[in-house]
Write a protein of this length. Structure first.
Length: 399
């Protein structure tokens, strides 16, 4: 799905907004028209679940007359619900509306908060495997919303741009909408939930000053990428920081962003201002999830950096044992030489990381090979203060 979608209009900040809402108010059923009045920006999803449509129908029929309360706990999870037929989608969204008052003391801002309870009947979720946990995370919020009638069908579609998750569309035939005023704390508590839990470092301060596309890629913000002014050219390098979006996604270990950028045609071998490829950056940052995406996409495992090191040698020098294992399993040349003729084992010893040395020793490497200065891995290990690595290299050592 691309944003904005052809044939749809945003309900926020667009020319003709009043005319579009007027048409919805005239033509749409009251619950659908109510959706058009919701200001989605900055809203947070409080709950989201789905259930089989036929279950809901049976509940209405019984209406609790069979001695039960007419409810069921046999619900289908949103991710990969796997139902060939439409589902019933239940959701609660807490919205906040910014109101600015012109008082005698100047402009004064206040917030109004409301809980919007939604049920969509005969609904289809796109993408069908949307991660409900990501949508409900503390760092997720709705960036934009749009609503329109589906041409040729007796159905409607609500499309939400959830940042940083991406687009979520709910196509439905009928809806129930309830709105209740709530205290600001009901909104704030949703921001206190755990974030999506991305692996890797928190984006550095420079990211806030980068171009929109690079900033979105750094945060893994798929929604922000869709809205970025410069997202149309995914290979644009930020002139100030020297990164293109693909570099930022690799640097901050954003696998979903990498997949989206590659889908948009980003160049896999694109170098940054220092001559580093996305794969090189992922190696340096121990960004394993990003690394797996790049390897699967066909990144060159033997591409040399400015010093003549292949990615696996660079990983060994950095003491990234798991990255060494991952690259070796992917087919990287474990007998490749790096700068000054260093072997993979010599690079691992120089890292002074025991696990990395063990990872290399498990591969088909020449333990006695010398670098350009005539030193072996054992010679280099003898220079280390800790003797654990030297012990690993003795002839009778066991891995």
């Amino acid at each position: 799905m691309n944003w904005p979608s052809v044939g749809y209009v945003s309900l926020e900040d667009f020319d003709g907004q009043s005319e579009h809402i007027a048409r919805l108010l005239e033509d749409a059923p009251p619950p659908v028209a109510a959706l058009a009045t919701v200001r989605w920006t900055d809203a947070r999803v409080a709950t989201l679940r789905s259930e089989a449509a036929h279950r809901h129908a049976s509940e209405d029929a019984s209406n609790g007359t069979d001695g039960t309360d007419g409810t069921t706990d046999d619900t289908a999870a949103i991710p990969g619900h796997g139902l060939p037929d439409p589902v019933v989608v239940h959701a609660e969204v807490v919205v906040r509306n910014d109101e600015v008052l012109d008082t005698a003391d100047g402009l004064w801002r206040r917030w109004n908060h409301a809980r919007v309870t939604l049920r969509f009947d005969d609904a289809v979720i796109d993408p069908p495997d949307v991660d409900a946990g990501a949508v409900l995370a503390g760092d997720a919020h709705i960036a934009r919303g749009e609503l329109d009638h589906v041409a040729g069908e007796d159905a409607w579609e609500l499309r939400l741009l959830v940042s940083p998750v991406g687009e979520v569309a709910i196509r439905f035939r009928d809806a129930q909408v309830a709105v209740q005023s709530v205290d600001e704390s009901a909104y704030d508590v949703l921001g206190d939930r755990p974030t999506r839990g991305w692996h890797g470092p928190v984006p550095d301060g420079w990211v806030e000053w980068a171009t929109e596309g690079v900033r979105a890629a750094a945060y893994g913000d798929l929604g922000g990428l869709h809205l970025a002014d410069d997202a149309s050219d995914v290979d644009d390098v930020d002139p100030r920081w020297g990164f293109a979006p693909l570099h930022a996604a690799a640097w901050f270990d954003r696998p979903e962003m990498l997949e989206e950028l590659l889908r948009r045609g980003a160049t896999l071998a694109l170098i940054d201002s220092e001559g580093r490829t996305p794969l090189t950056l992922a190696v340096d940052r121990d960004a394993r999830r990003a690394l797996r995406v790049l390897v699967a996409a066909g990144a060159d495992l033997e591409a040399r950096d400015g010093d003549g090191n292949s990615p696996i040698v660079r990983a060994a020098w950095g003491g990234h044992a798991e990255v060494v294992r991952l690259l070796a399993a992917a087919g990287a040349d474990v007998r490749a030489r790096g700068s000054r003729g260093a072997t993979l084992l010599i690079a691992a010893v120089d890292s002074a990381d025991v696990d990395t040395v063990r990872a290399v020793l498990a591969l088909d490497v020449d333990r006695a090979a010398e670098d350009d200065e005539g030193s072996t891995a054992a010679d280099r290990a003898g220079l280390l203060r800790d003797g654990a690595i030297a012990d690993l290299l003795t002839p009778d050592a066991t891995d």
